[in-house]
Design a protein around this ligand. Structure first.
Ligand code: T3D
Length: 255
C-alpha cells in the first residue's frame, strides 16, 4: 500500500506522507516513495511542489519501530534521508512544506530542507533527536543554523522543547500560521501563486541563496551576473517587461 500520495493540480504537485496512524514517521519505504515523487516533480510541467502529511502529523521523524533494523546508521542516512534532502535542494522550483501538524526529528529537518514553511495553527515542532540521544541529522544542523542562528538552534535542539506554531513564526522558522480550517485552501493558493511566477528566475534565486552561504562577495557577484544573464534570456523576462510597459498583469509561462 502506498505510504506517499502524489497529486497534481494544474502545475502544482502535492506530495502527502501517508502513515497517519504513526504521525507519518519515516520508513525506508516512505523514503523510496518520496524519492520517486521528487523525481516526478522534475517534470517541467510542475512549477511548484507542496510536501505535507496526512492526519494530525506532518512527520514525527524516523520510525522508531523500524529503528532497531537500521544496522549501519550512517549508510542508512546516506541512502535514504540524504538523497531526498539533496533532491529537494536541487529541484529547480519552489518547494513548500505545508506543516499541518506534529513535526519532529527528521520530519523537522525535512520541513527545513524546503524553501517555504507554512504552518497550521494545529502544528507544533519538536526536536526529537536529543530525546533519544541522537544529533540533529538529515540537515538538522545545516538548515536550523541558517534559519535560527547558532545560539537559538543549539539551545532548542539540545532542549527537546515543544514549540507552538506561533512561536515558530516568531522565530522565523515558518513564514505564516494559518487556522487549521482554512489551511488547505491557503496552501493551495500560495502554491498556485508560486506556480504562476517566473519559474526559471525562482529556480536561479533558490540556487543563488544556497550558494551564498559559502561564497565570498566576489564569487557571489559573479554568480549573480551569470544567473541574471540566463534569466534575461527567458520568455518570462520578455513578458514581465512587456506587461510592465503595457500596464497589465504579466502571464508567466515558466520558460
Ligand atoms: O538511524 C536513524 O534512524 C537516525 C535517524 C534519526 C532521525 C530521527 O528522526 S530521530 C527522532 C525520531 N522521532 C522522535 O523521537 C519523535 C517520537 N515521537 C514523539 O515524541 C511523539 O510521538 C510526538 C511528540 C511527535 C507526538 O506526541 P503525541 O502525544 O502528539 O502523539 P503520540 O501519541 O506520541 O503518537 C501517536 C502515534 O504515533 C503513536 O502510535 P500508537 O501508540 O497510537 O500506535 C506513536 O507511537 C506513533 N509515533 C509517534 N512518533 C513515532 C511513532 N511511531 C514510530 N516512530 C515515531 N517516530
Amino acid at each position: 500500500m502506498a505510504e506517499v500520495e502524489v497529486g497534481r493540480d494544474g502545475d502544482v504537485q502535492t506530495i502527502t506522507l501517508d502513515r497517519p496512524d504513526k504521525l507519518n514517521a519515516l520508513t525506508r519505504g516512505v523514503h523510496e516513495e518520496l524519492h520517486a515523487a521528487l523525481e516526478e516533480a522534475r517534470d517541467p510541467a510542475v512549477r511548484a511542489v507542496v510536501i505535507t502529511g496526512a492526519g494530525r502529523g506532518f512527520s514525527a521523524g524516523q520510525d522508531l519501530g523500524a529503528f532497531g533494523e537500521a544496522g549501519d546508521v550512517a549508510a542508512m542516512l546516506r541512502a535514504t534521508y540524504h538523497v531526498n534532502v539533496l533532491a529537494i535542494r536541487s529541484l529547480e522550483k519552489p518547494v513548500i512544506a505545508a506543516v499541518n501538524g506534529v513535526c519532529a526529528g527528521a520530519g523537522l529537518s525535512l520541513a527545513c530542507a524546503c524553501d517555504i514553511r507554512l504552518a497550521s495553527d494545529a502544528a507544533f515542532f519538536v526536536p526529537g533527536f536529543v530525546g533519544i540521544g541522537l544529533i540533529p541529522d538529515s540537515g538538522g544542523t545545516f538548515f536550523l543554523q541558517r534559519l535560527l542562528g547558532t545560539a537559538r538552534a543549539f539551545e532548542w535542539m539540545t532542549s527537546n522543547r515543544r514549540l507552538t506554531a506561533a512561536e515558530a513564526h516568531a522565530w522565523g522558522l515558518v513564514s505564516e500560521v494559518i487556522e487549521a480550517d482554512s489551511f488547505a485552501g491557503r496552501v493551495s493558493a500560495r502554491a498556485a501563486e508560486l506556480a504562476a511566477a517566473p519559474t526559471r528566475a525562482i529556480a536561479l534565486t533558490k540556487r543563488l541563496y544556497d550558494e551564498a552561504a559559502t561564497s565570498t562577495l566576489e564569487e557571489q557577484l559573479e554568480r549573480e551576473a551569470e544567473a541574471q544573464a540566463e534569466a534575461a534570456q527567458t520568455n518570462d523576462f520578455r513578458e514581465g517587461v512587456a506587461a510592465f510597459r503595457e500596464k497589465r498583469e504579466a502571464r508567466f509561462s515558466g520558460r
